[in-house]
Design a protein around this ligand. Structure first.
Ligand SMILES: [Zn+2]
Length: 263
């Protein structure tokens, strides 16, 4: 069970675990484990002073550290996105938080308002400048993702960045001034040129690539001809629910929406 309430004191008996991060990468030890003990890191002379509190998993506190370039030789690195289908959702949340918190602190070493160096002053999930009091809140960029249906078919699109024959549902970032429903309608119109109706909330998922919150929806086709934008989306079409192309891996909200629509 996860608990992310703010409780950053180090347990006296060293009974906590560490996640090692560097540049969007998570590291694993020789036991293929991404949770490491203080002792195994201290034995490698890795300092735990600059640690960030992540939360508790099954009552055990987890911290994250940003390891130095020369310390990477002790570990293998892993890609969280590739790991997603194979790990528990709770581990995904802990690793997502570790990546996002470390990256956020790395980007905010100086105050964006007065230029003062930000010393370690994190509390309840924000940083504060000791000189001018400016508060730096977590960066979370909401994005929508929507599964659209038309009778027994689902709309899937091929993004220019995808592998060949890989298709998914429409997604995009929320713009200033928009409601989530506005974003859903705009992204669908911009990327494939159709209008939709019956927009319904599905669920949401933290998405630390790099710092998003994916908010899922379903919707029905309303009107228009599919015209891919040709830049981001190079192909889009209606697929029979029983005959899908390659789709995103299990564990992602995209896959959950597709599986739910096509079950
Ligand atoms: Zn400042």
């Amino acid at each position: 069970m996860i608990n992310i309430n703010w409780d950053p004191d180090i347990p006296e008996d060293n009974d906590f675990l560490i996640v090692c991060i560097s540049n969007n990468e998570i590291f694993i030890n020789t036991n293929n484990c991404f949770y490491m003990t203080p002792l195994e890191l201290q034995n490698k002379n890795i300092e735990l002073i600059d640690r960030s509190y992540i939360g508790k998993l099954n009552s055990k506190k987890i911290f994250a550290i940003n390891i130095k370039e020369q310390e990477k030789i002790f570990f293998e690195k892993i890609n969280l996105r590739n790991l997603l289908p194979f790990i528990e959702q709770e581990d995904f949340i802990i690793l997502s938080r570790a990546l996002e918190i470390i990256n956020w602190k790395t980007k905010h070493k100086f105050c964006g308002k007065c230029g003062e160096r930000i010393t370690e002053n994190i509390s309840e999930g924000f940083l504060r400048c000791n000189k001018c009091g400016f508060i730096i809140y977590p960066e979370i960029s909401p994005a929508i993702i929507v599964g659209i249906t038309k009778d027994d078919k689902i709309l899937l699109a091929h993004n220019d960045k995808f592998k060949e024959n890989m298709y998914s549902i429409i997604a995009g970032f929320v713009e200033w001034g928009e409601s989530l429903e506005d974003t859903v309608k705009r992204e669908v119109m911009e990327e494939i040129g159709i209008t939709i109706k019956n927009i319904k909330y599905f669920n949401s998922q933290t998405w630390p690539f790099p710092n998003s919150l994916m908010v899922g929806f379903t919707a029905e086709y309303d009107s228009g001809e599919i015209i891919p934008d040709g830049v981001e989306i190079t192909d889009a079409k209606w697929f029979d629910k029983n005959n899908l192309p390659d789709i995103p891996k299990k564990g992602s909200i995209a896959r959950n929406i597709i599986d739910t629509i096509c079950k």
